[in-house]
Design a binder for this molecule. Structure first.
Ligand code: ADP
Ligand code: ZN
Length: 297
């Protein structure tokens, strides 16, 4: 059985793992994301200085990035607000150092693939994995393959209605201000209420507003992509009362338009947490690594 290397390259930390699958994670290490040189070197060192022969590497990375193998900047993080990381070749140096096939995609596409392979999206044709953490990102799996298109989806940056009377907070997105991410990712909770999400009690009005914004995002997703499931992960979703509020608010916003039995009667099965828990990201990278050994198609 092949042994895979997985890298979850995040804006705050890199998580590396060596695994055969979800039940056989042989090694796992994480370290903070510093400069590109230092962080990539540490990743190379981790994968080199361990005893297992590696068959392929999967990288799920923060972006925006170039996921198109035929492009000259394939494997690069392209233009990112993260200081120092714009135009960084991430996949290239790792492929050269380890000399194994590499698959490269967004962190959320990787997480989607991991949930498809072993988690909450097994057997589905079309679904979305969305994370609500430091930012908001979504990976789309459509007609049994990851969706890229022009670049890759950037679902966190959709523009949603913003009632400034109800919510004067301007949003924190450096590009759009009050896009979905700007209004509803973790830093928006802190910016609006002066306290981090983990410190806001369940009865705080923050949560109804948060559920409203996330449901607006889901309304767009369900009407555009018609996903058979949406998996909602990330730090902010660890608030157990939030997911039921989001489901209720989505039904309210849809206002009976989509007459789909699972939506109307079993929404608990339609909008779900990740099944792989805190390993979703790195197992997603392992699932990507598997694809590096499969013929294209
Ligand atoms: P990242 O997006 O950087 O990978 P996370 O998904 O953990 O990491 O997201 C971090 C954000 O989530 C922070 O803004 C933090 O305040 C928020 N957060 C983390 N844990 C919780 C929690 N239990 N409840 C609400 N918000 C949380
Ligand atoms: Zn934005």
């Amino acid at each position: 059985m092949p042994i895979y290397a997985g890298l979850e390259a995040g804006g705050t930390k890199f998580v590396c793992a060596i695994a055969r699958g979800p039940d056989e994670i042989l090694l796992r290490e994480q370290f903070p994301t510093t400069t590109p040189n230092e962080t990539i070197q540490r990743t190379v060192d981790f994968f080199r200085n361990q005893p297992h022969p590696l068959d392929a590497l999967g990288i799920g990375s923060f972006g925006p990035l170039d996921p198109h193998p035929a492009s000259p900047t394939y494997g690069y993080i392209t233009k990112t607000p993260k200081p120092g990381w714009s135009n960084t070749d991430l996949a290239g140096p790792l492929r050269q150092a380890l000399n194994i096939p590499v698959a490269f995609d967004t962190d959320v596409n990787a997480a989607a693939l991991g949930e498809y392979r072993w988690g909450a999206a097994q057997g589905l044709e079309t679904f979305v994995y969305m994370t609500v953490g430091t930012g908001i990102g979504g990976g789309a799996f459509a007609n049994r393959r990851l969706l890229h298109g022009l670049m890759h989806p950037e679902m966190g940056h959709i523009l949603i209605p913003h009632d400034r009377q109800r919510d004067p907070y301007p949003g924190f997105c450096p590009f759009h201000g009050d896009c979905l991410e700007g209004l509803a990712a973790g830093p928006a909770l802190e910016g609006r209420w002066g306290r981090k999400g983990q410190e806001l009690p369940p009865e705080h009005p923050a949560w109804a507003l948060e559920a409203h914004y996330l449901a607006l995002g889901l309304e767009a997703l369900f009407t555009i992509l018609s996903p058979q499931r949406v998996i909602l992960g990330g730090g902010v979703m660890q608030q157990p009362h939030l997911l039921p509020m989001v489901r209720d608010e989505l039904l309210r916003l849809l206002n009976g338009y989509l007459q789909i039995p699972v939506l109307l009667h079993e929404i608990n099965r339609l909008i779900v947490p990740p099944a792989l828990g805190s390993n979703t990201g790195v197992l997603g990278a392992i699932a990507l690594a598997e694809t590096a050994l499969q013929p294209a198609g």
